[in-house]
Design a protein around this ligand. Structure first.
Ligand SMILES: [Zn+2]
Length: 213
């Protein structure tokens, strides 16, 4: 399939992009200034489906592939996704997708565990607050090592938030950096235990949650 692109000047989006990049460079402790991510906006669900090579769900709005971020144009947000547009929500969405690109750099292109990858994006883009994620018990996010599911967005952002609040961001960055040498879920558990002193289990995360209350 062939698509035709043209450059778009969009001051609002450029400002959001710059703010998100600055904040992410700061968190990840890197200085990504060359070969930075490119934003491609889509306007019609049909085009997005063709890009993805599948029928996407109405709530799906964007996708990151290496350093290209495909995002719904904010002008068609409501029409094509059913989401109401707000600057806060759209900025969070952009930052979420950009965050995946940072994750891939740190992890040496290792996207798994997906719950960790999505959790970092949800947490850093402030979507725990925006989506009013409130977890009383962790019960399913750890199943999402290799695949994505709805629960990943509800629980894993909160799990990552607890890891950062309890143990600091350096340990989280260490964990992400170690993913390049992780070959399996078993390897990951071992690595996690080395850093946090416990296997990544619901018992561990629920304990953090209870200590927080
Ligand atoms: Zn994501």
């Amino acid at each position: 399939m062939i698509f035709e692109l043209k450059e778009k000047k969009d001051k609002t989006l450029e400002e959001m992009y710059e703010k998100a990049m600055n904040e992410l460079n700061d968190f990840f402790g890197i200085d990504w200034i060359r070969n930075i991510p490119t934003i491609v906006l889509w306007n019609k669900r049909k085009d997005y489906d063709n890009l993805r090579g599948k029928k996407t769900e109405p709530w799906e709005r964007g996708w990151q592939n290496q350093r290209i971020i495909y995002m719904i144009n904010r002008n068609v947000m409501e029409k094509e996704s059913g989401h109401k547009y707000s600057r806060e929500d759209y900025f969070a969405f952009l930052k979420h997708e950009l965050c995946h690109s940072f994750f891939m750099i740190l992890s040496n292109s290792c996207s798994r565990p997906l719950w960790l990858n999505e959790g970092v994006s949800v947490y850093l883009s402030n979507q725990n607050k925006i989506k009013k994620n409130f977890v009383t018990t962790f019960s399913c996010f750890l199943e999402y090592y290799y695949q994505v599911g709805e629960a990943i967005y509800r629980e894993s952002g909160f799990a990552v938030q607890l890891l950062v609040e309890k143990f600091g961001k350096e340990k989280l960055l260490e964990l992400i950096k170690s993913l390049g040498k992780v070959k399996s879920e078993k390897d990951f558990n071992k690595q996690f235990k080395e850093i946090y002193g416990h296997n990544p289990t619901y018992t561990f995360f629920n304990k953090l949650l209870n200590e927080q209350r």
